[in-house]
Design a binder for this molecule. Structure first.
Ligand code: 4NP
Length: 188
């Protein structure tokens, strides 16, 4: 994290293994919620995967169908791999499970490691800490992913906005201004 006393949290990256199921769902839902709440212009939201198998492909059709039930279209997203520059350009990097978090920690330059958190730390009322990989599952597994992701996205937005001077009116150069590590999230 930056060394200055205030940190602007504007750029959020969601990370899973393949970037075709969980993280594009999270990207779509968080973008939808921030836009609905009037914060649409104030975040750069992205997603990426640790693996390279699906680079360039759209989200899994089951992921697209599951988020469509929320009125969200993620068909335009394309899978990409986490790149070294992501650790610099994103303020917060949210892993879907512990294996993803460990992979990110291995990749990240040491000065950026505290940007990496478990995404479900923002959904403390859920009984699970990881978003399970639905790739070998069925539509119910994808619906469950959407429920977990939706809860964590809501918690994330509350966390980023309630402790900050973020204003709903879009304004040039405005963002989420936080004290160093001022957003709360457990790391378990
Ligand atoms: P994701 O799901 O990490 O949520 O995108 C997966 C997608 C593909 C594979 C594994 C997980 N795969 O092994 O190809």
């Amino acid at each position: 994290m930056a060394q200055n006393s205030h940190v602007s949290i504007k750029n959020v990256l969601f990370v899973c293994l393949g970037n075709i199921c969980r993280s594009p769902i999270a990207e779509g839902i968080f973008r939808h919620i921030t836009t609905q709440r009037g914060y649409g212009n104030q975040f750069k939201i992205g997603s990426a995967g640790l693996g390279s198998w699906h680079i360039g492909r759209p989200p899994d059709i089951r992921a697209q169908e599951a988020v469509r039930e929320f009125g969200i279209d993620i068909s335009n997203l394309r899978a990409r791999r986490v790149s070294p520059s992501d650790f610099e350009s994103y303020d917060l990097i949210l892993a879907m499970d512990r294996a993803n978090r460990n992979g990110l920690l291995r990749m990240a330059p040491v000065q950026f490691r505290d940007k990496i958190q478990l995404f479900l730390s923002y959904a403390p009322n859920m009984s699970v800490r990881e978003v399970p990989d639905p790739f070998f599952g069925n539509a119910d597994n994808f619906d469950y992913v959407c429920q977990l992701v939706d809860a964590a996205c809501r918690g994330l937005l509350v966390s980023l906005t309630s402790q900050t001077q973020l204003q709903k009116t879009p304004a040039a150069n405005s963002g989420v201004v936080l004290s160093e590590n001022g957003y709360s999230a457990s790391t378990t």
